[in-house]
Design a binder for this molecule. Structure first.
Ligand code: DGL
Length: 297
């Protein structure tokens, strides 16, 4: 296989559902020539409330599906799956794997002006301790504040950004972070970029918000460039200069799919293929036996 054959391959992105479309959108903006295939596990969402083993097993199946489609890189758009499965996926996949946590942490460490740093995410992401461990490589424990925000995902899915109910929930979740005087806040969940205005109102304009979708798009572009795997690295104009195509795979078509999908992606989603759970399980099995239980199981 030539280098150009590899460059032509799509980037694979997966998420627990439709929230990862925020990551797809950022990636498509950053790398407009690249084809991207998105898989959303809409039949089994949410991952954020589920245990480590379940999320890790689902993530293997999701990533295995993408690898089977011949992608050149797998992007784990879901923060919860990045928290619980990234190490395992890096071991079992044959292609580079990027998650959202490292880029988010790096960006936050660059942005903080010396004050405390906050992280918000699903229960799984926060309880995994992954963001805290990443920040702790440079910050002392007293400068790290975290908060689980389990109600944010359904609020976003119901289109309630800007709603007074959201403002009330937000006050409850974010007051401790505001009182801690954080200067930087990592939005550690696919859904939170859609709440940016509400979060800014609750936290004040002086707090820098780190959007993990944007951070990841930068990291993916840099990694592909390092490996000379971007279409733009090709000498062939036919490979280099083109508008990338987007393909969508989902394990279920939820009732409000069109409305929610367009909200996350910023435009209507067309040409969706559904993937059965049997196909996913088979993709997981192809990667080998399930990972051994961890101390938390
Ligand atoms: N995609 C998930 C995340 O970023 C949020 C939705 C879910 O709980 O599955 O953590």
């Amino acid at each position: 296989m030539t280098a150009d054959d590899l460059r032509r391959r799509p980037i694979g992105v997966f998420d627990s559902g439709l929230g990862g479309l925020t990551v797809l959108r950022a990636l498509h903006e950053r790398l407009p020539c690249e084809d991207i295939v998105y898989f959303g596990d809409t039949a089994r969402v949410p991952y954020g409330t589920k245990g480590e083993r379940t999320v890790a097993a689902f993530a293997r199946q999701d990533a295995g599906l993408l690898q089977g489609l011949g992608v050149k890189m797998v992007v784990v758009a879901c923060n919860t799956a990045s928290a619980f499965a990234l190490d395992d996926l890096r071991e079992v996949l044959d292609v580079p794997v990027l998650g959202v946590i490292e880029p988010g942490v790096d960006t936050a460490l660059r942005r903080t002006a010396g004050g405390p740093v906050g992280v918000i995410g699903t229960s799984g992401t926060i309880r995994s301790g992954r963001y805290q461990a990443g920040l702790a490589t440079k910050l002392s424990g007293e400068r790290i504040f975290v908060q689980e925000c389990p109600l944010f995902v359904p609020l976003v899915e119901e289109g309630m950004a800007g709603h007074r109910v959201t403002a009330l929930v937000m006050e409850d979740y974010l007051a401790p972070l505001r009182n801690a005087g954080i200067d930087t806040l990592i939005l550690g969940c696919t859904h939170y970029p859609l709440l940016k205005d509400d979060i800014r109102r609750a936290m004040g304009a002086q707090v820098a918000l780190v959007d993990s979708a944007e951070a990841l798009a930068e990291a993916a572009a840099a990694h592909l460039a390092e490996l000379s795997l971007r279409r733009r690295d090709s000498g062939e104009a036919e490979i280099r200069d083109r508008e990338g195509e987007l393909a969508f795979l989902l394990s279920d078509i939820p009732w409000k799919f069109a409305e929610i999908g367009a909200r996350f992606l910023g435009k209507p989603i067309t040409g969706v293929r559904t993937v059965g759970l049997d196909e996913l399980e088979e993709a997981g099995r192809r990667l080998g036996p399930a990972p051994a239980p961890t101390e938390r199981d």
